[in-house]
Write a protein that binds this ligand. Structure first.
Ligand code: IPD
Ligand code: CA
Ligand code: CA
Ligand code: CA
Length: 266
């Protein structure tokens, strides 16, 4: 295992264990609403501290972009992109679907990623060129060829409602053309599930880089494809993302192109 992936793994597991242990104390947690339906708890913040402290121990010079504490830019080529708790709303409701997501870029290129589900002890990981794993096993995207038989995952807008109509059009088309749609509630795990074939495709709008950086690399290393809503690779910038195997991605892109107006595809 690459030493950087090893550090990411140690950090994700430590943070994940901490989060899982806090589930029983939910009633006593300090919770802030950053914006409408956008919550952060002391658990998110402490998990982020655990991760950053681990990284700093080995790489004090690297840049860090973290959801709760922001951007610490250095002149290093390496940047860590951290979501300490992806699926905060699920966590706060004790809905058992959330994860820690950590990615590392080198000169802006995704190089390593881990997504850790502490309740199932499932660690999804990848380093560029070395394939993707679930714990110690190699994983691959599904071979599903048609939307008709495909199980999809998505994320439903829950704030920033200006693009709700555009999203609903895409949802309607996928409802009418696929075998079913799930809204699990952690973008990082949605991507990890594409990578190991539990779902055949995933789309969501307006995500943040920390939601998707690790998962996107895991999908591509598992033989899948990830694109933005214009067929390009600017998903970290736009936050609009489609992920699937190559064949399915084409079919999904057609639906996105048909249903989401140009101004919402940027
Ligand atoms: C959220 C989750 C959710 C997605 C949201 C994200 P958070 O992340 O990934 O599935 O639909 O867009 O913001 O806020 O729980 O880290
Ligand atoms: Ca959040
Ligand atoms: Ca997130
Ligand atoms: Ca989060």
């Amino acid at each position: 295992m690459h030493p950087i992936l090893n550090i990411a793994t140690i950090a994700a597991k430590e943070a994940g264990e901490f989060i899982a242990n806090q589930l029983e104390h939910i009633d006593r947690l300090d919770i802030e609403e950053k914006g409408r339906n956008d919550y952060v708890s002391e658990v998110d913040k402490h998990a982020e501290r655990i991760i950053i402290d681990t990284i700093r121990k080995y790489h004090p010079d690297h840049s860090i972009k973290a959801e709760e504490s922001g951007h610490h830019q250095t002149d290093s080529d390496f940047e860590w992109i951290i979501d300490p708790l992806d699926g905060t709303t699920n966590f706060l409701h004790q809905f058992p679907q959330f994860a820690v997501s950590i990615a590392v870029t080198e000169k802006g290129r995704l190089m390593h990623g881990v997504v850790y589900d502490p309740l199932r002890d499932e660690l999804f990981s990848a380093s560029r060129g070395a394939g993707a794993r679930l714990n110690n096993y190699r994983i691959r995207v599904s071979e599903q060829k048609t939307l008709q038989n495909a199980l999809m995952a998505t994320g439903i807008p829950y704030y920033d409602f200006e693009y709700v109509d555009a999203y609903l059009e895409s949802l309607k088309q996928f409802m009418l053309t696929t075998a079913g749609i799930r809204r699990p509630g952690s973008a990082a795990l949605d991507l990890a599930y594409v990578a190991c074939g539990r779902v055949d495709g995933y789309w969501e709008m307006r995500l943040k880089p920390w939601d998707i950086a690790a998962g996107a690399l895991i999908v591509t290393e598992a033989g899948g494809m990830v694109s933005d809503f214009k067929g390009g690779d600017k998903y970290l910038e736009s936050g609009n993302l489609i992920a699937a195997n190559g064949k399915m991605l084409k079919e999904m892109a057609k639906i996105i192109g048909k249903t989401i107006p140009e101004e919402f595809r940027n």
